[in-house]
Design a protein. Structure first.
Length: 103
């Protein structure tokens, strides 16, 4: 799975732009079956998603301190691997990929 910055600019709209793009809420009528409530829930969820996207955008993609620590442990020979755990996760990944292809 590749993670990229396609959603990085989502939360950067100016308030007047986001209001202009937001549709007006639907009028509530007994025959509408609660569409106004659904619209309110979507607006709340949208706001929460924008907050999460802003928080995620502030997290660096690569933890350089961790990379340097692993690099140093490899260089000085202290890097340990658990071959059984690596093999188990690799096989689980392959099995999951095959299950997705079958569906």
């Amino acid at each position: 799975m590749k993670i990229d910055n396609t959603l990085a600019n989502v939360g950067q709209l100016r308030p007047e732009e986001s209001k202009a793009r937001r549709p007006e809420p639907a009028a509530t009528t007994p025959a509408s079956g609660g569409k106004a409530n659904a619209n309110i829930d979507l607006t709340r969820t949208s706001g929460q998603l924008q907050q999460l996207e802003t928080q995620l955008a502030s997290i660096p993609e690569i933890d350089m301190n961790k990379v340097e620590a692993v690099r140093q442990s490899i260089a000085d020979g202290s890097f340990n691997t658990n071959e059984d755990a690596i093999a188990e996760k690799l096989l689980s990944s392959v099995v999951e990929g095959l299950r997705r292809q079958i569906k």
